[in-house]
Design a protein around this ligand. Sequence first.
Ligand code: 5AD
Ligand code: SF4
Length: 328
Amino acid sequence: MRAPLVDRFGRVADDLRVSLTDRCNFRCTYCMPAEGLAWLPRSDLLTYEEIERLVGVFLDLGVRTVRLTGGEPLLRRGVEALVSMLAARGVPDLSMTTNGLLLAEKAEALAAAGLRRINVSVDSLLRHRFAEMTRRDALERVLDGLRAAERAGLAPIKLNCVVVRGTNEDEVVDFARFARATGYQVRFIEFMPLDAEEGWSRDRVVPSEEVLAAIGRVYPLVPVDHGPEPARVFCFADGAPGGVGVIASVSEPFCGDCNRIRITADGQFRTCLFALEETDLRRLLRAGADDDQIAGAVREAVARKWAGHRINEADFVRPARSMSMIGG
Ligand code: 5AD
Ligand code: SF4
């Protein structure tokens, strides 16, 4: 076991997101254009063996949580094989964020392979609006996927809902009602300037406080202790099942408590979603670096991690890559 990854602000990086692909079978308007993006050539993607090797080094560096993301991680062929490789490595908390389109087919195999929990993106409960936001008429399939995940025992099920002003903010109470009926936790995420089309503007961000107030007027909420997560989590005061969470990345940045680090699908290490710098772990791997060299490169990058994103500052610069290329 190596010393943990501590940065110069005393934050400990123990939550790793690993993107498996930049490709996606959705085209969410707040993420990518209708025609998609120029996908990475397959030879640029880390292989499962390379991912397993890196995750081993990160576990040694004190990482506890590994979340598989994308793009859409279920598009990676045989992804359940990677899940069992990582589960066998003893990842204490192994989870995935998916858009749910392929979940109905995959949930059981994923759970059997050792996946514990799942987060599914659902931005609308209305068929037409869902189709507008994701550019795919797929709400029913995603809802089937959620039920399959439940049957497979992937619990707790969390929904991610990106709230965009003028698009879906009128549905937050309906989402809370859905949470109460299903027992899911619905997490409302503020729209961040990471969309490839650069359509983000401050007036399209719905502050989390507004979401909580709207829900609280109908279903009073009680805060729940949520540990080191950036989400603020609430349960229903009347004891109904399920809950809601908010991720106020823009209006109330949680950078001061950030414990996250990321690896892109092409093996670049990033210490922040908004980082302007990447560390090329794939090059190290493919040049035959040993674990000490990889751990050393990671430690140096974490030491350089900045205090936080500068979305609310005049000098904010968008990272060159957008959300699906970084990994959500
Ligand atoms: N702002 C906020 N959230 C986003 N996501 C994708 N793009 C954005 C954006 N620009 C979300 C996805 C997914 C999670 C990984 O990130 O909906 O749930
Ligand atoms: Fe795909 Fe997720 Fe981007 Fe939507 S937000 S297009 S599901 S990567």
